[in-house]
Design a protein around this ligand. Structure first.
Ligand SMILES: Cc1cc2nc3c(=O)[nH]c(=O)nc-3n(C[C@H](O)[C@H](O)[C@H](O)COP(=O)(O)OP(=O)(O)OC[C@H]3O[C@@H](n4cnc5c(N)ncnc54)[C@H](O)[C@@H]3O)c2cc1C
Length: 415
């Protein structure tokens, strides 16, 4: 007997979980989510859990669509934590950008301070930065810019909470069930083949992150995206206040930090291995054997930043996580129909913001699958085929990302 679904979502990271829940919202009854491994064990496992309005001047490539998606996501997670009472490690302490010199303020913070897309933003004095963070002495900074609605959460807990909501409402979540391939007949998707047999469906959403092209390859489709790794460290509890906003200090290798169980969680931009590890080699199923060079580079950024944040020199112990977000040349997601195969949709190109954008992307893809169009945002900017053949290799895409005027570029921290 062939298993049946109305829509199959492949991939149990944050994007796939959000797709499943929103498909139910749009009235699809028989949703099946199929995950190769456990839920949130891919890149979502490493997500640092910063959520905010990054399109409000922090990432200039993100405009009104992302801003709308971010506002939706912030509200979605607030409801998950506060209305549904789910433990996702949610704290709405705000997102704070800090500068240590007038020059850094001008280069890195002014575009955010000037961005009218986020009317609730606030400029903070050095004394206010000290008070709100509890770990940055006022004499080391010229000021800060606060987005008070910003928040933090645990990315894997959030993904699992979204999946459990979908399951409660009737979705079937099949973990440890790798997809071996798509079933396609006469240019139309008819389901997927899994290690435990086929599942039939008229629509399939691939939310398979950096593994998406592997599943598309037999169908002569290649999406221009580049897996570029990101790394984070978490220390033991070192007295970081639980009320601290998430922090961004561009001048120390674009360091980003937040409180995690009384310790510090941080990461930065880096150029060492394994940043481009998967530009020339295939992405493995798991990220646990990646080189650790970036961990040392991240520690060095912490040492440099300890001039401004002294607690960064006080930890003794740490855990690390590394994974590979999927980047695109214009830093916007790949969401929508795959033109070559009818009934097939993709949902990837997270550009290291999939936790923030996941709920909104889920809503958008559900509208595209069910209605063929979106009343939420302009779906055209995310159309997977928009690059035509401008980028032919993973290296082409990686070079475009690293040459972009953005926090994801190699020289992002130059100031
Ligand atoms: C260090 C780091 C820090 C980050 N910090 C933030 C942050 O603060 N805020 C933010 O918004 N974002 C952040 N991100 C980005 C965020 O983690 C990603 O954007 C997001 O997790 C991507 O989710 P995904 O569902 O697309 O991918 P994944 O989580 O990788 O999910 C894809 C899933 O597909 C499954 N799969 C693949 N192939 C198959 C197959 N053949 N059959 C079945 N299943 C399959 C995989 O096992 C995997 O579970 C960070 C990322 C990193 C690495």
């Amino acid at each position: 007997v062939i298993e049946q679904a109305d829509v199959i979502v492949v991939g149990g990271g944050i994007l796939g979980c959000c797709a499943a829940l929103h498909l139910l919202d749009r009235g699809i009854e028989n949703v099946v989510l199929v995950e190769r491994d456990g839920l949130a064990q891919g890149t979502s496992h490493a997500g640092a859990g910063f959520i905010g309005k990054w399109a409000g001047g922090y990432v200039p490539q993100w405009t009104e669509e992302e801003l709308e998606i971010e506002a939706y996501g912030l509200d979605f997670y607030r409801a998950l934590a506060e209305d549904h009472g789910l433990d996702i490690g949610y704290k709405r302490n705000g997102n704070l950008w800090v500068a240590t010199s007038d020059e850094a303020w001008k280069t890195h913070i002014e575009p955010i301070a000037d961005n009218a897309g986020v009317p609730e933003r606030q400029v903070l004095s050095p004394g206010e930065v000290q008070d709100i963070t509890g770990i940055i002495p006022a004499d080391g900074v010229v000021g800060g810019l606060l987005h008070p609605h910003g928040a933090q959460l645990s990315a894997p807990l959030a993904a699992r909470a979204v999946a459990s909501q979908a399951e409660e409402r009737g979705a079937r979540i099949l973990s440890r069930r790798p997809i071996e391939g798509l079933r396609v007949e006469n240019g139309r998707v008819t389901g997927v083949d899994t290690t435990l047999g086929p599942i039939a469906a008229e629509a399939v959403v691939l939310a398979t992150g950096v593994w998406t092209n592997k599943l598309l390859e037999p169908h002569d489709v290649w999406l221009p995206m580049a897996p570029l790794t990101a790394t984070r460290i978490i220390t033991e509890p070192i007295g970081v206040p639980g009320s601290m906003p998430t922090l961004m200090l561009q001048e120390y290798s674009a360091i980003w930090l937040r409180e995690a169980a009384g310790g510090l969680l941080w990461g930065c931009s880096y150029t060492s291995r394994p940043r481009r590890e998967f530009v020339d080699t295939e992405v493995p199923e798991r990220f646990d054997h990646l080189p650790l060079d970036a961990v040392f580079e991240t520690q060095r950024a912490g040492v440099a930043a300890s001039q401004t944040i002294p607690v960064l020199s006080r930890y003794q112990s740490m855990t690390v996580a590394q994974a590979a977000p999927a980047f695109t040349a214009d830093l916007r997601a790949l969401l929508g129909r795959v033109e070559e195969v009818e009934g097939l949709f993709v949902m990837t190109g997270d550009n290291e913001a999939g936790i923030t954008h996941g709920p909104g992307y889920g809503r958008l893809i559900a509208e595209l699958v069910v209605d063929g169009a979106s009343g939420f945002v302009d779906a055209d900017v995310f159309r997977p085929g928009r690059f035509e053949d401008r980028y032919r290799t993973v290296a082409d895409v990686a070079n475009a990302v690293e040459g972009s005027d953005s926090i994801f570029a190699i020289d992002a921290s130059a100031s």
